[in-house]
Write a protein that binds this ligand. Structure first.
Ligand code: HDE
Length: 682
């Protein structure tokens, strides 16, 4: 009998043994099998071939949209049960929790693209309820570009890299996107949101989420109402500004992914409240818009958002691929007590997501992957298929069967009592027996809510929208496309159109004839980020810049005060390992050149006059201060920093403080009022 190299055969195999996929232990994982020390590699090397074979197939197709994303585990807790509205198990009992997996994403970029382009963010939540998985696959903007699913492939083709050039990546600022937009006035409302700071979130933890489509709730008696779902972040809504987002993309392409991961690792669990807006058909039929039209929202002032629960993300995935990449969200994953509406966008989505999983995950059995499998028992007679991991027992593989009468296991059976029963909606069904390719009348109003959104913003937010339009349209090379966008914009707001035209140095074309004349709607404060801003240090990161000779006690006191208020303090110095300061040595968390202030929410400069004199020759430190000022952040400083502030162009305002209480208060907010003095906005 042949012997192992050592000549001995161990009695049992150790647990942590490197093996092939078929369980054979590997003796050498550094050298492939060769014919002689300098000879060719042998085909016989099954361990080498298996390893390379598996590696070659490690990638699966990335999502056609929302390819770039970050995920986390957590739970949903019902805080205000609503059994009168829905029989869904997760909304029945106060304090009851269900596990969730959440994936946030950008839309346009590929899986390896940066986290901070101007883009809509996906906000997809999988609730593993006792009665099956419910996926609420939403976005951070409550409306969408188009009204009918049939236009989705065109929209996405237009926004992705241009077909011939292969660029730009993750950007809307190019010809084909704006060509599509200009030819589809239904996009106008969403364009207002997309050009606002909503598409530049500071953190995934600081953005709202929306179910977007109208859904239904159905109670145990079978009564139904319509519902819109809302996620409200407990850290408040916070956005960056454009110049900041662009710089973050270079400084940390994983800015949002890192922020989410680190917050969870630290135990600062991101949290949102889930709210519902409920209404009935009688109310819906009186509105100047159609609630089945996903380009329209219901202002919170009209129907208040009622909080029903909270979402807490408290665990990072163990493995990015197995969980975040393989998670498959399906708007068609619905549970008893929740139902669809006839929204034509939603109806199309019900098909698309199931279909896309087959192409991405390769098999109809993708629901067996642990991240996708329900956590309640599930059984049916669907059988076989690629990558089948279940081993059903017995003969029963059809329904109904009478095998139980012969003492065999007859398997699962349907149940009217527990099963999902589609709500039979009677409303507006007059033309249900006609086959039509039409849009309902109110869908033709493309401008009223776009106007409402724009006019509900503060002056600085309006200036950001105008500037974003100027930026994007200045990247459009086809004059007729610009013209058509401007012609549509005139239907939203004449002053906006004028500002953009001025920014582009072009004449305003005549307004395009609207399919339906816009009506003036009541303004809504809930649409503005700035009007809702809640200054807070919690969840924010303050950079403390120090150098040789800085006061250690002062730095430590400041860092403690920041942490006390729930903020993070990051020490930054020209050299990280530990430099000599007043009171000892101090190590930094980040090196100055690698930690530009765009990655921080506020900065504190704890520097001596000598250190300032030396640092004035360093472009990185001047840029550090200049950007913090330009990005509307608080700057706290020791008196010795005057020369540095002057060189960086910092002028005194409420956000420029000493290192005292005033700084702590300032660090939790942005100083939008500073912007008109330092930047020419459109
Ligand atoms: Fe999606 N969308 N979508 N979408 N969507 C996908 O499904 C689609 C729409 C949204 O983190 C795809 O699994 C169509 C609206 C999110 O894995 C695909 C239409 C909203 C995610 C698809 C829409 C969304 C997706 C690609 C028009 C907000 C990422 C990969 C009818 C309510 C989920 C996948 C994740 C992903 C189709 C419009 C949100 C191709 C046809 C509106 C958050 O099936």
């Amino acid at each position: 009998m042949a012997k192992s190299p050592s000549g001995k055969r161990p009695a049992t195999r150790p647990a942590a043994l490197l093996t092939t996929n078929h369980g054979v232990a590997i003796s050498d994982n550094q050298n492939s099998l060769r014919a002689g020390a300098r000879g060719p590699t042998l085909l016989e090397d099954f361990a080498l071939r298996e390893k390379i074979f598996h590696f070659d197939h490690e990638r699966i197709p990335e999502r056609i949209v929302h390819a770039r994303g970050s995920g986390a585990h957590g739970y949903f807790e019902c805080t205000n049960p609503i059994p009168m509205l829905t029989r869904a198990s997760l909304f029945q009992n106060k304090d009851e929790r269900v596990p969730v997996f959440v994936r946030f994403s950008t839309v346009a970029g590929g899986a390896g693209s940066v986290d901070t382009p101007r883009d809509v963010r996906g906000f997809a939540v999988k609730f593993y309820t006792q009665e099956g998985n419910w996926d609420l696959v939403g976005n951070n903007i409550p409306v969408f570009f188009i009204q009918d699913a049939i236009k989705f492939p065109d929209l996405i083709h237009s926004v992705k890299m241009e077909a011939d050039k292969g660029y730009p990546q993750a950007a809307t600022a190019h010809d084909t996107f704006w060509d599509f937009v200009s030819l589809a006035p239904e996009t106008t409302h969403m364009i207002m949101w997309a050009m606002s700071d909503r598409t530049l979130p500071r953190s995934l933890r600081m953005m709202e989420g929306f179910g977007v489509n109208t859904f239904r709730l159905v109670n145990a008696k079978g009564d139904s109402c319509f519902v819109k779902f809302h996620w409200k972040p407990t850290l408040g809504i916070q956005s960056t500004i454009w110049d900041e987002a662009v710089k973050i993309a270079g400084a940390d392409p994983d800015f949002h992914r890192r922020d989410l991961y680190e917050a969870i690792e630290k135990g600062d669990f991101p949290e949102w409240h889930l709210g519902v807006q409920v209404f009935d058909e009688a109310w819906a039929s009186k509105q100047p818009y159609d609630v089945l039209d996903a380009t329209k929202l219901i202002p919170e002032e009209e129907i208040p958002v009622q909080i029903v629960g909270r979402l807490v993300l408290d665990r990072n995935p163990d493995n990015f691929f197995a969980e975040t990449e393989q998670v498959a969200f399906l708007p068609s994953n619905i549970v008893p007590g929740i139902d669809f509406s006839n929204d034509p966008l939603l109806q199309g989505r019900l098909f698309s997501y199931l279909d896309t999983q087959k192409s991405r995950l390769g098999t109809t059995n993708f629901h067996q992957i642990p991240i996708n499998a329900p956590k309640c028992p599930f059984a049916n007679f669907q059988r076989d298929g690629m990558m089948q991991t279940f081993i059903p027992k017995g003969r029963a593989n059809y329904e109904p069967n009478s095998l139980a009468q012969a003492g065999e296991d007859g398997g699962p059976a349907e149940s009217l009592e527990h099963g999902f029963v589609t709500f039979s909606s009677p409303e507006r069904a007059q033309d249900a027996d006609q086959k039509l390719r039409v849009r309902a009348e109110l869908f033709h109003d493309h401008y009223s809510q776009a106007q409402q959104f724009y006019r509900s913003q503060t002056a600085i937010e309006q200036a950001h929208i105008a500037s974003a339009l100027v930026f994007e349209l200045s990247k459009v090379s086809l004059p007729h496309v610009r013209m058509r966008v401007m012609a549509n914009l005139r239907n939203v707001d004449e002053s906006l159109a004028k500002r953009v035209a001025y920014g582009l140095a072009m004449d305003l074309p005549p307004a395009s004839p609207p399919a339906r004349h816009p009506v003036a709607l009541k303004l809504s404060d809930a649409l503005s980020i700035v009007k809702q801003a809640q200054p807070m240090l919690k969840g924010r990161k303050v950079g403390i810049l120090f150098a040789e000779g800085s006061d250690k006690a002062l730095i430590e006191e400041l860092a403690a005060a920041i942490r006390e208020e729930g903020g993070a303090a990051m020490l930054i110095a020209p050299r990280v390992g530990g430099i000599s300061v007043k009171g000892g040595t101090l190590a930094a968390d980040g090196q100055l050149a690698g930690t530009p202030s765009c990655l921080l929410d506020a900065i504190a400069l704890v520097l001596t006059e000598q250190a300032v004199a030396k640092l004035l020759k360093d472009g990185a430190v001047i840029q550090f201060v200049m950007d913090a000022f330009g990005h509307l952040k608080a700057i706290g400083h020791t008196p010795a920093c005057k020369a540095l502030l002057d060189k960086a162009g910092v002028t005194k305002d409420e956000g420029v403080t000493g290192l005292d209480k005033a700084f702590l208060a300032a660090a939790g907010r942005r100083f939008y009022e500073r912007e008109p003095n330092i930047r020419n906005l459109a």
